[in-house]
Design a binder for this molecule. Structure first.
Ligand SMILES: [Ca+2]
Ligand SMILES: [Ca+2]
Length: 102
């Protein structure tokens, strides 16, 4: 017996969760991204989407804007709100930009 294969969307959800935990468990609280962990995640996993966020000051500004409870770290909910707004932005770029229309 093998486990049923995940659909593409289910696999994407799993990836979003796994990526968070791979970085969150590197230092300190294993369920939360500190500045260093967040910087590593953004610069590695979102290197193309957030290419303009590659320097530390911009990443720190991004972190402050996501940090809803102001504890200096990005928890899973805060991370998901970043991915959700990124997905909306990417969708606008993909479907709204005249250059991509045929
Ligand atoms: Ca951590
Ligand atoms: Ca926080």
């Amino acid at each position: 017996m093998t486990a049923p294969r995940s659909t593409a969307l289910e696999g994407s959800l799993k990836t979003m969760i796994e990526v968070f935990h791979v970085y969150a468990m590197k230092q300190g609280d294993p369920h939360s991204l500190n500045k260093g962990e967040f910087h590593a995640l953004v610069s590695t996993e979102l290197a193309n989407v957030l290419a303009d966020q590659s320097d530390r000051d911009k990443v720190n500004t991004l972190l402050s804007s996501l940090d809803a409870d102001k504890n200096g770290e990005v928890d899973f909910e805060e991370y998901m709100s970043m991915l959700s707004s990124l997905a909306i932005k990417c969708n606008q770029l993909l479907t709204g930009a005249p250059a991509h229309r045929h």
